[in-house]
Design a protein around this ligand. Structure first.
Ligand SMILES: [Zn+2]
Length: 178
């Protein structure tokens, strides 16, 4: 619960999608929130993309397979996309402008294989908070045309408190170059 700041212990067992919408609506009543309780897969994403016009996809998923899918959908629909990943004290974040910049698949090629017994990746509670806030910052900066993480990967090392930026280039053989 410590990293899922929209919820508290009294709500264990309740519908997280519904609770998240309630909390966020109270934060800003001018924001229209559409919530969907579903698994993320190619069919569900395509279905929900048809319902509203979107400007960005912000990936907050916890597995490589979904990140590759989100990247692919963003490219197919020419939607700006921000993808972050975390593990214990570490994270990385990339901003994608389809057709223009390198994408997630240019950098990582294919999902890393994880063993079924491995379970979810371990994480210290503050890591998703910091990476999530950086994703929000990327949305704001990208929308305002300010310098962002296009053609770059920001590597976050919270153990040593180091932030490093790696320049990346579009792979001409990648799905984003077709
Ligand atoms: Zn690519």
């Amino acid at each position: 619960m410590q990293r899922q700041i929209l919820y508290n212990e009294t709500q264990i067992g309740e519908d997280k999608v519904k609770l998240a919408k309630e909390v966020l609506s109270k934060l800003n009543s001018d924001v229209k929130i559409s919530s969907y309780k579903d698994y993320v897969n190619e069919e569900s994403i395509k279905k929900y993309l048809k319902e509203v016009s979107y400007d960005f996809i912000v990936d907050c998923s916890d597995n490589f397979k979904t990140k590759f899918l989100v990247n692919k959908i963003a490219i197919e629909n020419n939607l700006r996309c921000i993808i972050a990943g975390i593990k214990d004290f570490y994270g990385q974040i990339i901003t994608i402008n389809p057709k223009e910049t390198a994408c997630y698949q240019c950098v990582f090629s294919k999902p890393l294989e994880t063993s079924p017994d491995e379970g979810p990746l371990p994480v210290i509670g503050v890591t998703p908070g910091i990476l999530g806030t950086l994703e929000a910052l990327e949305v704001i900066k990208t929308a305002l045309g300010l310098p962002n993480l296009e053609n770059k990967v920001l590597m976050v090392n919270l153990m040593d408190l180091r932030f490093n930026i790696i320049d990346i280039v579009k792979n001409e053989k990648c799905i984003c170059s077709k």
